[in-house]
Design a binder for this molecule. Sequence first.
Ligand SMILES: [Zn+2]
Length: 428
Amino acid sequence: MRRPAVFIVTMALVLVLAGLSVLNRAAAPASASEQPGASLDRPAQDSTEWVLDEMSFESNYPDGFTFRITPRSTGGEIVRARLVWYGPAQRANQTRRVNVEEGEIDPETGVITARWEPSATQMVPPWVQIRYHWELRDESGSVYETEPALAEYEDNTRDWTRAESEDAIVFSADLSGDVEELVLDAMAERHDTYLAVWGASLPYRPRVILFGDYDAWLEWRTADTNTSETSVVVGQTYDQWGAIVQVLFGRDLDEAYRDLAYGTVVHEVEHLYQNEFHSGRRLYDVPGWFYEGDATFFELRQSYDYEQRVRGMAAADDLPPLLVGVVGGPRIDGERPRDGYDIGYTFFVWMQTLRGDLSVHRDVMAALAQNVPFIEALEAATGMTKDEIEREWRLWLGASEAAPTLIPTWTPPPFLEPPTPMQFGQSN
Ligand SMILES: [Zn+2]
């Protein structure tokens, strides 16, 4: 059995996940396309009458799902049908990330079937919601688009527990105890903080899908390119599905449940908020440490004292520059990926000290949502210049006033990545 003995995530994992992230963004399957919602065909303005019988969705988990429809048109035989499926909470003005499956028309029965199967480039976790519609064309050229329908990619092959609150829906399999309750408790505890920072809740309830069996986890992970013992993917967050999917194994489950609920889940949900409210942002100038620091700020349980670690760096004159004289600031990858998380975290704690509440944090996020350049957003929210921000933050951490002049030892990336909502586990 390919089951690693430890939960500790290695550097190899970070690299694998970085690769996965690129794969998910870039490697659209051949059947997928991107198009604005407005350009999808609309019902034709003609006198053709369409009747739809038996529109259905069937989960074949872990082997995908099947859509069926039996349409009739006064315009004659159906000559083409395609099924379009996508995330459940897709915004109307958002560029659609859709998947398209050609429908197979049975000339005898009139039943049209479309199937999706997992592949080496595309996988879908169980229990996510899928929204879909059919686009139909008859031999007269009349086209018809069905109203979108919602379906759930059920796993009926094993026992799942489902628990929900106003904040989240939790699914778990092969886990004992009250892990669902812990997750819902953590979400409830953070409810007001999400609201204070973003001004609104997510327009959907995030789904938290938890596996306690590693083989069950691997069953749907068809697009994992590397499952060797030193680089195990233990979780992934999908903004498209509004879902956080995790596997727990190989350690004290009681501790793991608490780390998951009060650490991982509230962190990952903040990435869902970032994706939701900054999805319209066209400037990719927000550094990784900022988004990871923000997500880390939401953790209610730390595997070590992040602020104390950064204060130690400051005391040792080892605190790298954040904004001044650098591109990107502390890294969230490379040799010391925790630097970006921990240093970024202290920046959000510091922002909270400025007015004693979350209003600076909130103002920065609101400005970024309005596509204000990153530095401008910080300066406007804090009322300080970039240099003053750097100095005040450093002094608060106990560092010397001046940021060290960095001799670049690495080539700055040509562009800054948009937020990557990936769970690296805790590299403690
Ligand atoms: Zn993160």
